[in-house]
Design a protein around this ligand. Sequence first.
Ligand code: ZN
Length: 398
Amino acid sequence: MSLLLTGIAELTTNDPERRDGHTDPGDALLGIVRDAALVVSAAGEVEWVGPAAKAPAADDRRDLGGRAVIPGFVDSHTHLVFAGDRSAEFAARMTGTPYDGGGIAVSVAATRAASDDDLRALVASRVAEMRAQGTTTVEIKSGYGLTLDDELRSLRVARELTPHTTFLGAHVVPGEYATRRAAYVDLVTGPMLDAVVADGPTALAESIDVFCEPHSAHAFDGDEARTVLEAGRAAGLSLRVHGNQLGHGPGVRLACELGARSVDHCTFLDDADVEALAAARGTTVATLLPGVEFSTRSPYPDARALIDAGVDVALASDCNPGTCYSSSIPFAIALAVREMGMTPAEALHAATAVSARSLGLDRRVAPGQPAELAVIDAPSHLHLAYRAGVPIVRALDV
Ligand SMILES: [Zn+2]
């Protein structure tokens, strides 16, 4: 049965072909259609988009009552595969204990101890929580196993819920390797990576990622990160990088040099980093994760400067048990608008079109695209940031 959706006060298409005719730059960026309708095919694809007055007939019809419809959020950076509770660490941080990456070991111990069924249930509940807030596509990283078997298990659990899985064996150096860092990098780039791609380059993981952060004793320096990324690339994985989160460092430039799809955090950037990102436009996206700065009480990245320099800027949640246990993209959008100088349109575009691009996806609402949509209980996307903290957006089941 095909379905005609009407009563759409404002439809965000992200379609460049719908940019013309707008006087407002935000409306142009989002390819807004007002008083819109769309038809979804029986196969779940968008079949027709346009003004309601010109809508064709369909088998069924649903009136959305003057709400806004947007592309479903694409959360391109999450660490959902973990067990355990680190709320006490958050409370300690709020009273002055700084974050240095060391708490990850707590999640590693709890994750290793969890049963397969418990881990699967935890991840599934987090994905459902996201969908209830408008996220229809999610990337999930491993990285709380840090043994060959536990990393494979994490990726298998994640793969049951999304094709966008990322091997993050190089999250931190686990405690048992603290005095043998080189041996751990050898394990990640050797037996672990071999096992990840044993059934084909993307059978279990789409990408490889590394926490490149010389300011953390637990993470990896530029040379170690290069070794990890080059091995992953040679094995057929696309590249993602955690870079420049805690201070200035080599992560951003390394990601751009190696053609990574995304470099994430980008909190501490110098002019050369911004130039490298601008030159890498079309290849490497800068994914900002403002929930982390919120949850660690840190300075926010300068999104305005990045956008003005021509950098592709995405937004994601970084949902993880240590530095941001928020799965909410609307929250990230509100922070981006309030704290990072992004317009509401730029923030929505960053959390849909640009984050999708960093996963090799197209997130336009256009004929032939999957009907991955979300609906807002309000007449426009402006309400996402305007009504911060209010649950007004959810994935649209069609
Ligand atoms: Zn992360």
